[in-house]
Design a protein around this ligand. Structure first.
Ligand code: NAD
Length: 349
């Protein structure tokens, strides 16, 4: 049945589903703990409006599974989880609301650790931390010089892109490499900055004209007028850094690049689009491998690791990506299916 949430959880191998209702604060939360084989489940908490509880549960499970895969491929001692907080029409007291959520986290005995996600902030994490230690991303987690993980995510994307360029184009650096960037937000803008410093040639598109002119003025990026135009530009790399599902039946045939390597989550509309890219001779850097810098940052904040150690893990994205490319070539399978296979091997331990 379409609205059978337990069947949905089973079909996505989700270990635990928790729901909490707290009338005084209006808290209505769903926590999906997808997998804890490698360690406690870490994943952000979303605070958004949802059309139905089923859609919210579906979102929580899907995102939790993504966290399991991202943590495993990044060799973090963590599993995957996610919380979805159904935003009430009217919020009575935000601090009390998040404190109630924190009290609930205590009942899970550390099997789920929460963090910032869409709709939540470090101040919300501070409220949660008044009740529980199973939270990161608070304003007191100040181990890092970066207030926002996005530059580290972009640094990881650069590492993955370097591996793809080496593997596909046999080039040791990004000097003169032509990169198309879609999306100049937190990650995309930092990516443009880092790639410019490495001598790459940038062509960019964002629906926000202010971001476009900043990229042009600060880094000399070439601007195009539409996503269509960007997709049809001949270049070496396409870096999707905006929304998901950008790689689909409609867009893949338009691409005139040998490599796709960018930060966006869930870039493939369906898994089969990984095979479609491979069939078109395009090397795809799997999204959850290349964009793990943000998770590594959050995990290391929680573990009180040093910034240098955290950077080292981000730089290891280069080696992981190389391993995936080599296996994909040897086994004649798409890069995304190889990444999934590596994760499943790790989860069997
Ligand atoms: P953001 O919201 O800061 O930036 C997104 C940018 O994309 C915005 O500038 C927006 O105007 C632009 N955009 C939206 N639709 C577009 C379209 N159709 N064409 C062109 N541009 C469009 O988000 P972000 O934090 O930079 O994240 C970007 C992507 O990377 C997201 O998919 C996110 O899930 C993923 N990601 C981010 C991090 C991180 O550390 N921030 C970590 C892992 C993955």
């Amino acid at each position: 049945m379409e609205d059978d949430i337990l069947r949905l959880a089973e079909s996505m191998q989700c270990q635990e589903l928790h729901m909490v209702l707290d009338e005084p604060t209006g808290l209505r939360a769903i926590i999906a703990i997808h997998n804890t084989v490698l360690g406690p489940a870490l994943g952000g908490c979303r605070f958004l409006e949802y059309p139905s509880t089923y859609v919210a549960v579906q979102d929580a499970i899907r995102l939790a599974r993504g966290m399991t895969y991202k943590a495993a491929i990044s060799n973090l001692p963590l599993g995957g989880g996610k919380a979805v907080l159904l935003k009430p029409k009217r919020m009575l007291d935000r601090v009390e609301y998040f404190r109630a959520f924190g009290r609930f986290l205590n009942t899970l005995n550390g099997r789920y650790i929460t963090a910032v996600d869409s709709g939540t902030s470090t101040a919300d994490m501070d409220a949660i931390a008044l009740e529980t230690q199973h939270v990161t991303n608070t304003t007191t987690h100040k181990l890092f010089s970066l207030a926002d993980p996005s530059p580290l995510t972009a640094e990881g994307v650069v590492c993955g892109m370097r591996a793809a360029v080496k593997f596909k184009l046999k080039k040791d650096n990004l000097k003169g490499v032509r990169v198309l960037v879609q999306g100049l937000g937190h990650v995309g803008f930092s990516l443009v900055e880092q790639l410019t410093a490495l001598g790459a040639q940038l062509t960019v598109f964002d629906i926000n004209p202010t971001a476009m002119s900043r990229a042009h003025v600060q880094f000399g990026a070439v601007l195009v007028n539409s996503l269509e135009e960007l997709l049809e530009t001949e270049a070496d790399v396409f870096a999707p850094c905006a929304l998901g599902a950008i790689l689909n039946d409609h867009n893949i045939p338009k691409l005139r690049v040998p490599i796709v390597a960018g930060a966006a989550n869930n870039q493939l509309l369906e898994n089969r689009h990984g095979e479609m890219l491979a069939g078109a001779g395009i090397l795809y850097a799997p999204d959850y491998v290349i964009n793990a810098g943000g998770l590594i940052y959050v995990a290391d904040q929680y573990a009180h690791t040093t910034e240098a150690e955290s950077r080292e893990k981000v730089h290891a994205i280069y080696d992981t990506m190389m391993e995936i490319f080599r296996r994909s070539e040897k086994e004649k399978k798409s890069t995304n299916s190889i990444a999934d296979a590596i994760v499943l091997e790790k989860l069997k331990q």
